[in-house]
Write a protein that binds this ligand. Structure first.
Ligand SMILES: Nc1ncnc2c1ncn2[C@@H]1O[C@H](COP(=O)(O)OP(=O)(O)O)[C@@H](O)[C@H]1O
Ligand SMILES: [Mg+2]
Length: 238
């Protein structure tokens, strides 16, 4: 046997840690001075272009894990790596949020007074991309999600589904390596939720962007490449 032979039971050749978009190794996180233990040795691996579901009931720690991956909070212990950076380090966190990650939340977190177009310029401005270049990208993305005719409308005048489609465009603006999506369909009715989920999946797939999707809904988890069940602070493959 040589070093390059595929590892049995691993779905093919084993990837080195450096080749993963994100990984977490035995991550622990508690709140309230340790009284609320949420993550208790959670580990995961995300490969390039893969869509991974974090599936578990409300309160199981899905958002907590997404926040740690996105550098919005830090773990008590355990190792983390996202797009080759360490979300526990201040300087890396900044880079991650600006350049390497896209976020889609349950509530869109767009700026309600600004138009669709203005909201989509925000992530591009943060990385200093020329306005003309981002205008091109905005046109391309909004066409793909069927919002090309809504560019000049303010967020507060859009429907829930349109807001979430705008949020998907915002997450994709800088062509990130990874999108963190936290119950992105949670505020939508069933049919609109399905449309929004399908758009997220197809756009990410087309651009080769990995997605970690937190959901309590089995149907969305099942539509991902990989399901990780969140239970008792740990993750297990389904
Ligand atoms: N900032 C916080 N302070 C205290 N408790 C928190 C905080 N954030 C989350 N929790 C608690 O941690 C647990 C997991 O929450 P969360 O990660 O939001 O779960 P999920 O996203 O799966 O619904 C819940 O019991 C929640 O109340
Ligand atoms: Mg949550």
């Amino acid at each position: 046997m040589n070093d390059t032979s595929p590892t049995p039971g691993n779905g093919g050749a084993k990837l080195r840690k450096n080749d993963l978009v994100a990984w977490a190794d035995e991550v622990w996180k508690s709140y309230d001075g340790g009284r609320i233990g949420v993550l208790q040795g959670a580990s995961l691996e995300v490969r390039p272009g893969q869509m991974v579901a974090l599936w578990g009931p409300s309160g199981s720690g899905k958002s907590t894990l997404l926040h740690l991956l996105g550098g919005l909070d830090v773990p008590d212990r355990g190792d983390l790596s996202v797009c080759g950076l360490d979300p526990r380090k201040e300087a890396d966190r900044l880079m991650l949020r600006r350049k390497h990650l896209g976020f889609v939340f349950q509530l869109h977190n767009l700026i309600p007074d600004l138009t669709v177009e203005e909201n989509l310029h925000v992530p591009a401005l943060a990385v200093g991309r020329p306005r003309g270049e981002s205008a091109e990208r905005i046109r391309e993305l909004t066409e793909k999600v069927g919002l090309g005719h809504r560019l000049g409308h303010r967020i507060q005048d859009l429907s829930g589904g349109e807001r979430q489609r705008t949020a998907i465009c915002r997450a994709l603006m800088n062509s990130p390596g990874l999108i963190l999506a936290d119950e992105p369909t949670g505020s939508l009715d069933e049919k609109t939720g399905e449309t929004v989920f399908a758009l997220l999946r197809s756009l990410a797939e087309r651009e080769g962007i990995a997605v970690v999707l937190a959901t309590h809904e089995r149907r969305f988890a099942e539509a991902c490449n990989h399901i990780l069940r969140v239970r008792e602070g740990r993750l297990s493959e389904v």
